[in-house]
Design a protein around this ligand. Sequence first.
Ligand SMILES: [Zn+2]
Length: 334
Amino acid sequence: MAQHFLLSRAAKTLSLASIFTMKDEEAEMAFRRVRWADTDSAPVCPHCGGTDAYDCRRLKGAPRFRCRACTKDFSITSGTLFASHKLPLRCYLAAIAIFCNEVKGKSALALSRDLNVSYKCAFVLLHKLREAMAEELKGRVVGGEGKVAEVDGGYFGGYVKPANLKAERRDRRFRQNKSGKRKVVVIVRERGGNSLPAVFKSEGAAYSFLRSHIAPGTVVNADEANSWDELHKRFEVKRINHQEAYSLDGACTNWAEEFFSRMRRAEIGHHHHIAGQYLLRYAQEASWREDNRRESNGAQVERLSGLAMNRKPSVDFSGYWQRAKAADGKAAAF
Ligand SMILES: [Zn+2]
């Protein structure tokens, strides 16, 4: 039997032990390599784009550079997702490695224990990494002439707890007994290729997203749910009735189901609750993990740190808790 990729030597190219024994300069160099890849890790001023900068390290050792052209100071993370970071860079590298090593997901509480940081810090850090992953999905179009893609939906959130006494329980299948907060993650995934998720109120609302993100000429596979009927207008569609078979005459949605398997395991095993405004972020994380599942962990860490270092500071999560505090007029209720 062929060896599973994750069991092979090729899957393991970076260990946490090697990160924690890195010197400060080595951790800095790891980030410089991905941030300034074009200049062979030589610093580039984020203010004026100048390439002539000299080392201007702070007394306590924090790395800084000063641009000769505009005389402004900058750090390795200035203007990136990790701008204004407080922890040593080694910690960020370790966080990325821990996040990549967990193939289904990583809970913020577990990361806070691993790194001895607060839950809030771990929560924001992980969400910034999800933002970095989402960067790779931006503007993605799946499929193409002669290619096959699969479409499917999975529902998350809006759980209604049944009442304790049987007499007080309600049939949760009826609309009036639902919370109205349940949402569907719709995934479109090319067989042997990349995937793209989106979040909607119902599967039926996904048509315009699918129309604009599946390339013309793609053969689309979907299940028998009538929410996918509209796809016939634009694509050649193969339908599979899961009551008859999971795969029949080449029609199946197993690649899409694989994505939901990963996301469901992240929900059950790590987060316990994936819903609400950040549902899309978790879906994008699962999608990135699916697409990069055959990359070694070292390559994944390099890719993710590269995405984080080439992304602007987070809109949602820069100063997240400070803003929550200001909005409440008191400490955030966490
Ligand atoms: Zn400058």
